[in-house]
Ligand binder design. Structure first.
Ligand code: ZN
Length: 245
């Protein structure tokens, strides 16, 4: 028993989340890890990436590199979210907003919100975890520097824990799959610091909503990333060309 399943987009947050899960899978955070006592046996580490009709393929390629970096088995699940659309990230008819337009901290829900994305991702991940006998699903959502998405908030995660307890065989048998959100209260700068401290391969991560040869530097994701690295005082190993203005 044991084992961890990490939802991996190839972005900064999910890569840092995988770094933390990988340490648990290797037993590095268990008792005795620091004093040379016998290490617990390592447990399975699986990454799942959703190919949900993103505007570009870059982040899926990056997710593959990150999964390989950690020796995680990698599952890619195709979801045709274009069937329902409604997001700038999956509908080419809706442009991605760039700096100079709506502010990053617009209190509204931005057009880059994908309807029910994390609800679906977590539901599928809970299914994979149950089928493979894995004990925890990890998702790198955070509610601090988030982009206004309702499915990145603690109350949403708690609702999905209730789903795991009531909607799955393991849950009703008293052994629900855990949902781990180690970054839920972290700022973007905290996430950069954590990733740096845990040796996460930040140079492999892709944050930009666009799929150019280099990050655009001006979409909400690029602006948040740039601010996070700047506040953390860590150079971005994969900087935007020219940087955001
Ligand atoms: Zn961008």
């Amino acid at each position: 028993m044991g084992g961890h399943l990490v939802i991996l987009s190839g972005g900064l947050d999910s890569t840092v989340c995988l770094a933390l899960a990988a340490e648990q899978a290797r037993g590095l955070e268990g008792p005795g890890a620091q004093d040379g006592a016998a290490q617990p046996q390592s447990t399975p580490l699986v990454a799942v990436t959703f190919d949900y009709g993103q505007r570009h393929r870059v982040e899926i390629a990056r997710a593959q590199l990150v999964a390989r970096h950690y020796g995680a088995s990698h599952v890619i699940v195709a979801l045709d979210t274009a069937a329902w659309g409604g997001s700038a990230l999956t509908d080419l008819a809706i442009p991605v907003p760039h700096a100079g337009g709506a502010p990053v901290r617009d209190p509204g829900i931005p057009v880059t919100y994908v309807p029910a994305r994390n609800t679906i991702f977590l539901a599928v991940a809970l299914g994979i975890a149950e089928a493979r006998g894995l004990d925890a699903v990890w998702i790198g959502v955070n509610a601090v520097d988030y982009s206004g998405y309702p499915d990145c908030r603690p109350e949403f995660v708690e609702a999905m824990r209730q789903v795991a307890r009531t909607g799955q065989r393991r849950g009703v048998e008293g052994d629900p799959i855990a949902i781990e959100t180690p970054l839920i209260a972290a700022s973007k700068a905290d996430i950069v610091r954590l990733g740096s401290a845990h040796g996460a391969p930040l140079h492999l991560t892709w944050s930009c909503y666009e799929g150019g040869a280099a990050p655009c530097g001006t979409c909400d994701a690029c602006v948040l990333r740039h601010r996070g690295f700047t506040e953390a005082g860590v150079p971005d190993p994969a900087p935007a060309a020219g940087g955001p203005t």
